[in-house]
Design a protein around this ligand. Structure first.
Ligand code: AMP
Ligand code: MG
Length: 344
């Protein structure tokens, strides 16, 4: 199959993409978070193609993308007032809500769950495609399963050229990490995945927020978890990644003590002078955490090279969007963190 590359700025692209979706095909869609691999979320056979193309485990559900908030009433029931308040505050935007699913949503989309994840993305062309298709688009991130997410159309083609019908090229993703996921199906709202909408922003609307333990700690492979995707190895380049915490100077001293040729250092731009002889790669500026979230996955893709044997990574501290960057980097490192302050 030839994979079409449809420029977002071409007015014909949304129509062409919507037609492919209606016919049951696969279209990679740009969003502000990452590129998604989309299909008609109400068509079991089309949704099955997403799992096949990605090599995605069957028990890892997809997110249903809608073009406006009121559409969720078609796919969800028992919607609490908090969902409307969050949609009002953050949609279109990088927030996904988990709500009870109506029967119209195929169990293949929800991976057998009675709940469904819904989101209204902040990409005009993607919302136009959803409107023209007349159906919600089910999409996970467009990477091959387990690999770093796709934040450019070139990343999507690297993973899926010749295997999907089209990619709509909307340029690099602004946020760069996947959406924040909040579960609204229990008594208390629960953060399942941090992202561009921060815990602080959610608490301002919800008053409180529980944080699922899978956000901060590794999950046992056999565990029954609230967000099934959380238990799988994620974002992982080909070789081991270790996060080196601590002050700039102490971390650099630790890395210099352990670095051997063939290793790489993933650091902040401000730190590049410290690692001139350690094959450094910067993913953004520590002083500008949005640049770190926007650049993280592209950098992890560069480092996805079997010739590298070890990556030493620097991770931002603190809350806000840094919290999402920490979560993705810790997962890429399989939660392997060493303290650069400790001499060893
Ligand atoms: P991705 O954005 O590629 O990580 O894929 C969608 C994410 O949404 C996965 O990590 C899923 O675990 C999560 N998700 C989708 N539906 C649900 C649901 N009903 N309950 C909890 N998490 C969900
Ligand atoms: Mg993903």
């Amino acid at each position: 199959m030839k994979t079409l590359c449809l420029p977002a700025e071409d007015p014909a692209s949304a129509k062409a993409a919507a037609q492919i979706i209606r016919r049951g095909g696969l279209v990679a869609i740009p969003t502000e978070t990452v590129y998604g691999l989309g299909a008609n979320g109400l068509d079991e056979a089309a949704v099955a193609k997403i799992f096949q193309a990605k090599g995605r485990p069957q028990d890892n559900p997809l997110i249903l993308h809608v073009s406006e908030a009121k559409e969720i009433e078609k796919f969800c029931h028992s919607i609490p007032p908090a969902a409307y308040a969050l949609a009002e505050a953050f949609w279109p935007g990088p927030l996904t809500m988990v709500l009870p699913a109506r029967d119209i949503v195929p169990r293949r989309t929800t991976a057998g769950l009675s709940t469904v994840a819904v989101r209204c993305p902040d990409s005009a062309v993607t919302r136009q495609i959803i409107r023209l298709a007349g159906v919600p688009i089910a999409a996970p991130s467009a990477n091959l399963s387990g690999k770093p997410s796709t934040t450019t159309a070139a990343h999507v083609l690297h993973d899926h050229d010749g295997k999907i019908d089209a990619v709509v090229d909307g340029g690099p993703c602004r946020v760069g990490v996947e959406s924040t996921i909040v579960d609204l199906t229990e008594d208390r709202p629960r953060l399942l995945r941090p992202g561009g909408i921060t815990p602080e922003q959610l608490i301002a609307i919800l008053g409180m927020l529980e944080v699922d333990k899978a956000v901060t700690a590794p999950v046992d492979h056999d565990a029954v978890v609230k967000a099934p995707g959380m238990k799988y190895r994620h974002y992982a380049p080909a070789e081991p990644v270790v996060i080196v915490s601590g002050s700039r100077q102490k971390a650099a001293a630790y890395i210099h003590r352990h670095f051997v040729p063939g290793d790489r250092v993933l650091c902040f731009e401000e730190e590049l002078p410290l690692y001139q002889d350690c094959a450094p790669l910067a993913y953004g500026r520590e002083a500008d955490v949005a640049s770190l979230s926007a650049g993280l996955f592209a950098a992890l893709r560069v480092l996805d090279d079997p010739a590298i044997h070890q990556v030493y990574a620097r991770c931002p501290e603190g809350g806000g969007v840094a919290y999402a960057v920490q979560n993705r980097l810790r997962k890429a490192a399989a939660f392997h963190i060493v303290d650069g302050e400790v001499e060893e």
